[in-house]
Design a protein around this ligand. Structure first.
Ligand SMILES: [Zn+2]
Length: 394
């Protein structure tokens, strides 16, 4: 499959500035040549030429926090308990939505019954259009906390067993959810959350020994403190991270996936659905805390990776443009925010050598935009074409 994306403004994601009038040649699913269009050595009559005039080419986008079992929307959480057939069909539909928006790779960080594992395998086999998927299987959570459809454990040996079962089931990474006791379930004298850094480090050790990363859900102050210090690979949400937590993350090389879209979207639905004032005030508080944590992360040099939490909150699928806008609102410069959704995402997937930038030899996951997203991130909504491993998919 040979293709030339011709005379295009190129933002290659490597850190270089955008360059005008470039050409990118794709051969057999990989990027074969990148340079000034006038210098391309081939013959245009011999390849499929895509005219990039007045357009911008960027690497395929990577959303590192999605849940395809739920469509998002105001009642997202109820939809995780839909019948398995509904979950499966929905996941197939939503991966297509994601892909058409320019998301060519995604990390599926939790599905009931490990649905995302089968989803990732079937997508990789080409059974339906979908991003390249890395699946976390089912959430692992202490009993009495988090959501009832997570896989639950009670002590370190059960936690180890849970992780080994997930690995045997074929996951690409492990997802652990730290959370306070659910209402009325906290035993007398028990700490605020039934987790500590040592217990979480057990999970990290078990996963790392199998060559897998750990994504850790933490969206309350105690969980943020613990997760920041346990050596997890990514901390998800993290809106209560304090300066000392962020310093520990920087030391441990823990990435922050702030999922800023969640609170933004809750406030939309809060107004739209007439949520009680107290619930709206809570969402506003979470948004503000999240912004403060992001500002701290930038100051502390914690790597930030884009993840929308589509499906896991009210955020709809295919809306990574909004997440990138919010990263910029929180103080990231536009190029860094775009890298959070390309090169840094590929790094978190462990695939930086194959994806995340437009460089010779890499998989040809590319998005062609009608405007320049470095001038205005809203351009990320103006998708002219999406290429996945060199094949045009949108
Ligand atoms: Zn989530």
């Amino acid at each position: 499959m040979n293709l030339l994306i011709d005379t295009v403004r190129l933002w290659d994601g490597t850190g270089a500035a955008t360059q005008p009038r470039m050409a990118v040649e794709v051969r057999d699913g990989r990027i074969a040549w990148v340079g000034a269009a006038a210098e391309w050595p081939g013959r245009r009559a011999h390849v499929e030429v895509v005219d990039g005039t007045a357009r911008t080419l960027i690497p395929g986008l990577i959303d590192c926090h999605v849940h395809y079992s739920s469509p998002g929307g105001p009642d997202w959480i109820a939809q995780f308990t839909d019948p398995p057939a509904t979950l499966s069909l929905r996941a197939v539909e939503l991966t297509g939505v994601s892909l058409r928006s320019g998301i060519t790779s995604a990390r599926e960080v939790g599905a009931p019954e490990g649905l995302n594992i089968r989803l990732a395998h079937a997508a990789a086999a080409g059974h339906f259009p979908a991003p390249h998927l890395r699946a976390a299987g089912t959430w692992i959570a202490h009993h009495g906390t988090y959501v009832p459809f997570a896989r639950q454990f009670g002590d370190a040996s059960e936690l180890r067993a849970a992780i080994r079962d997930e690995i045997a089931a074929g996951v690409d990474l492990i997802k652990v959810a730290l959370a306070p006791w659910n209402d009325g379930l906290r035993p007398d004298g028990a700490p605020e959350i039934p987790f500590d850094t040592d217990l979480l480090a057990v999970a990290v050790g078990e996963a790392h020994a199998a060559g897998l990363t750990v994504a850790c859900h933490a969206n309350d102050p105690a969980s943020c403190r613990i997760a920041a210090r346990a050596g997890v690979d990514s901390l998800e949400h993290g809106m209560f991270l304090e300066a000392d937590d962020l310093a520990a993350m920087a030391t441990n090389g823990t990435v922050l996936v702030p999922t800023l879209s969640v609170w933004d979207d809750w406030l939309f639905y809060g107004r739209e659905m007439d949520w009680p004032a107290a619930r709206i005030a809570r969402a506003e508080g979470l948004r503000d805390a999240s912004r403060a944590a992001m500002a701290g992360a930038i100051r502390a040099g914690v790597p930030v990776v884009a993840g929308t939490d589509a499906g896991g909150g009210s955020v709809r699928h295919g809306r990574i443009a909004r997440e990138i806008e919010l990263l910029i609102d929180c103080g990231m410069d536009p190029a860094s925010a775009l890298r959070a959704a390309t090169r840094e995402g590929a790094r978190l997937l462990g695939e930086a050598d194959a994806r995340g930038t437009v460089e010779v030899g890499k998989i040809a996951d590319l998005v062609l935009l009608d405007h320049n997203p470095l001038d205005d991130p809203a351009a990320l909504r103006l998708v002219a074409a999406v290429f996945q491993a060199g094949r045009r998919v949108a």
